[in-house]
Design a protein around this ligand. Structure first.
Ligand SMILES: *Cc1c(COP(=O)(O)O)cnc(C)c1O
Length: 219
């Protein structure tokens, strides 16, 4: 198991416009530095406090992606530095991120999380909720100056059924393309993990989030 070789072999498989997020949750700062020293500077975490500690200790040119569920009361800890928040799925959170962006005089980029696996996840928006939020933000764009929604994120079911995974990714891709037509901010489709990223890429994902296949099994 060699982090540098793992990174290289995944990067070799990716189309040029695809961003690889190395998911470093629960992994040590040494392992992250190991990946960083091979030239990789994009990491994903799912706990805000853990990410913030790593941000404090590690080189400042790392892009930190928050890929986990976000509690509104913790947004303040990452508002200064977070590069992209993937798991945004309600207006309360959007309002807090917008406010924190204002406090830090920046525009915080976010993705809206869509629940594409239905029963297996409690997080993420359904199609109606997604369009409600998109429309609300469009109508009130003068208020939401410190947040920018740049695309969608989804997680497929945890299953060996590749057909089912493919159906779920295709559903998200079609939603993404539909919104992209009317919203020029939409550039990013975050889908695909260690077990399903090749299916995700086939379905137009341009941001994949890989942990196990880079760092090995988590404790
Ligand atoms: C942990 C996690 C990943 C990475 O999962 P692996 O199977 O280890 O590649 C990707 N996305 C999210 C949202 C995660 O929580």
């Amino acid at each position: 198991m060699n982090i540098s070789d793992n990174l290289k072999s995944i990067l070799n498989e990716l189309p040029k416009n695809t961003t690889l997020i190395a998911v470093s949750k629960t992994q040590s700062e040494d392992k992250i530095l190991n990946a960083y020293n091979t030239g990789h500077k994009i990491f994903g975490e799912n706990k805000i406090q853990e990410m913030t500690k790593k941000w404090e200790n590690l080189p400042k040119d790392i892009q930190w992606h928050m890929i986990g569920h976000v509690q509104t009361n913790k947004v303040k800890y990452m508002a200064e530095y977070v590069f992209l928040i993937h798991g945004v799925d309600n207006m309360k959170l959007i309002n807090v991120i917008n406010k924190q962006g204002g406090i830090h005089r920046r525009i915080i980029k976010c993705l809206l999380q869509v629940n594409i696996s239905k029963e297996s996840s409690k997080y993420g928006l359904n199609e109606n909720q997604l369009f409600e939020i998109i429309n609300h933000l469009k109508i009130n764009d003068s208020i939401y100056k410190n947040i920018r929604i740049i695309g969608l994120m989804g997680m497929a079911s945890f299953t060996d059924d590749n057909k089912l995974i493919e159906t779920q990714f295709r559903f998200l891709k079609n939603l993404f393309l539909k919104i992209k037509k009317i919203n020029s901010d939409f550039t990013t489709l975050s889908m695909g993990m260690s077990n399903d990223y090749l299916i995700a890429i086939k379905n137009s994902s341009n941001m994949i989030r890989i942990g196990t296949k880079i760092f090995g099994k988590r404790n």
